[in-house]
Ligand binder design. Structure first.
Ligand SMILES: [Zn+2]
Length: 72
């Protein structure tokens, strides 16, 4: 799962590198790859809980779980 996500992020980074409008997205992708190296990838930055496989598959650079993303 993590290896697949890393490949997906690296492929997207490679395709976005040419795009002048993708700075923010590239930064998020780089941050996610750094979290993978650090071992914190897949953990919500707000509550520390698991982000969840379905969400990570759809959005490998997600920083927060669905509960913490939801406006209250
Ligand atoms: Zn959370």
């Amino acid at each position: 799962m993590k290896a697949d996500a890393r490949r997906a992020l690296e492929a997207r980074r490679a395709s976005l590198r040419q795009s002048p409008d993708a700075h923010h997205e590239l930064a998020e992708i780089d941050a996610a790859l750094e979290r993978m190296d650090a071992g914190s990838w897949g953990r919500c930055e707000t509550c520390g809980g698991a982000i969840g496989r379905g969400r990570l598959r759809a959005l490998p650079e997600a920083r927060h779980c669905l509960d913490c993303t939801r406006p209250d």
